[in-house]
Design a protein around this ligand. Structure first.
Ligand SMILES: [Zn+2]
Ligand SMILES: [Zn+2]
Length: 345
C-alpha cells in the first residue's frame, strides 16, 4: 500500500510502498478515510536527529479517521465496519495519567509517542491502532471532515476548556496564527463562551478564514505591536491568548496583550521563549505550553462537531499529492486543514 513516510531527519516525508499492516492481539486495523496534514509534521521533518526519541522510518499522520477493517485476536468492544476517529497520543493505558484518559501525558515507555509520532500513523491506506480504547465512534460524522478533530480540534479544546472561567462577558480572547488549530480555536471560544475573539495572522487568507470562523476582529500581524494588540483586546488586555505559532515574536505579542490574571496557552511548536519576568508581564499571568488533550475531551470535541458548533475547513488531496501539500503548508499556502484521502488516489 502507499504511505507517507519519514525516512530521515531533516528531510521531507516521502511517498513509499509498504506492506499492508496486520492487527496483532488486541489491535484494530483501520481502513483510512482521511488523515490531516499538521504543521507539527513539518517540525518533525526539520528537527535534527535526537530531538525526539523516535526511530525511523515511520508513517506520518496523527489526525486520522476511518472504518474498522479487521480486529486482532481478543480486540473487543468495537465492530468491523464501525467508523471511528483515532485518539492520537498512545500511552501505556494504565499509569496515573492514562487511567484518567490523559494519555498525552504518559511517560511510560518514552514520551510523546502516538499515531504518526514515532509509530505508523494514518497517511496510508491502512493503519493499526493498538487498542479499541484509542478510538472514538464517529456516529454519522463524515470521517474525512472529522479526521482533523483529533488534533486541530482536540488541542485548542484542551487549551480553552481549562480556562473557560476566565472567558466571562466583556472579556476578549486572542488567537494568534489562524491555521488548522487556530481557526478551530476561534470557533471553540465563540461556541463555549461569551468572550470576543481577536484573531491575528500575517496571511490575508487566514484572516478571511478567521472571520468565517466567527472572529469579532481580525488583525494582520505585519508591524503589529503588543500595545496595538492590547488596545484591540479592549485596553485591559486579553483574558486568554492562544498562540498557535510560538515564535519569540508571537510570544512577545502574547505577553504584551495579556490582561492581569490572564492566561497564555502556547500551542505552536516554533520554540520561542516567553518573556516570563517580573515587570515584563502583568501580575498573575499564567503560561502553559499546552499539548494535545485527553480521551474524554476528544469525545467532547466529537459531540461539538456533531452539534454543528465547530467545523473544520478542509481541502482534500490524494496521498500522492501530500509531499507537495506539505511544501505549500510550509509556505503558508493552505487554508484550514489539508486532509489526505487515500481512496481518492
Ligand atoms: Zn498536529
Ligand atoms: Zn500511561
Amino acid at each position: 500500500m502507499k504511505a507517507i513516510r519519514l525516512t530521515a531527519w531533516e528531510q521531507p516525508a516521502e511517498l513509499a510502498s509498504v506492506p499492508e499492516p496486520e492487527p496483532g492481539p488486541g489491535e484494530v486495523l483501520l481502513r483510512v478515510a482521511g488523515a490531516g496534514l499538521c504543521h507539527s509534521d513539518l517540525h518533525l521533518m526539520h528537527w535534527r536527529a535526537g530531538t525526539l526519541p523516535y526511530e525511523l522510518p515511520f508513517t506520518l499522520g496523527h489526525e486520522v479517521a476511518g472504518t474498522v477493517a479487521a480486529l486482532g485476536p481478543g480486540a473487543d468492544g468495537i465492530e468491523v465496519g464501525e467508523p471511528v476517529l483515532v485518539y492520537g497520543p498512545w500511552g501505556c493505558g494504565r499509569c496515573p495519567a492514562c487511567s484518567v484518559g490523559a494519555e498525552h501525558l504518559c511517560e511510560v515507555g518514552g514520551t510523546g509517542r502516538g499515531a504518526g509520532l514515532g509509530l505508523d500513523g494514518g497517511l496510508a491506506e491502512y493503519m493499526v491502532v493498538p487498542s479499541p480504547r484509542l478510538t472514538v465512534p464517529l456516529d454519522g460524522l463524515d470521517p474525512v471532515a472529522a479526521a482533523p478533530l483529533a488534533d486541530a480540534g482536540l488541542t485548542p479544546y484542551h487549551a480553552i476548556r481549562r480556562v473557560l472561567p476566565l472567558l466571562r462577558p466583556g472579556t476578549t480572547a486572542i488567537v494568534i496564527g489562524v491555521g488548522g488549530l487556530g481557526h478551530v480555536a476561534v470557533q471553540l471560544v465563540k461556541a463555549l463562551s461569551p468572550a470576543r475573539v481577536v484573531a491575528v495572522d500575517r496571511r490575508e487568507q487566514a484572516l478571511e478564514v478567521a472571520a468565517r470562523s466567527g472572529a469579532d476582529a481580525v488583525l494582520p500581524a505585519a508591524d503589529l505591536t503588543p500595545s496595538q494588540l492590547r488596545a484591540a483586546a479592549g485596553g485591559r488586555g486579553a483574558a486568554v491568548v492562544v498562540d498557535c505559532v510560538g515564535t519569540d515574536d508571537t510570544l512577545a505579542l502574547a505577553a504584551g496583550a495579556i490582561a492581569p490574571g490572564g492566561h497564555v496557552s502556547v500551542l505552536g511548536l516554533a520554540g520561542g521563549t516567553f518573556p516570563m519576568r517580573a515587570g515584563a508581564v502583568p501580575l498573575e499571568t499564567s503560561v502553559i505550553f499546552s499539548n494535545w488533550g485527553t480521551r474524554e475531551e476528544l469525545a467532547e470535541v466529537v459531540e461539538l462537531a456533531r452539534a454543528g458548533a465547530i467545523a473544520v475547513e478542509i481541502e482534500r488531496v490524494p496521498l500522492a499529492a501530500v509531499p507537495a501539500a506539505y511544501e505549500r503548508l510550509a509556505a503558508g499556502g493552505c487554508n484550514g486543514r489539508v486532509v489526505a484521502v487515500p481512496r481518492d488516489a
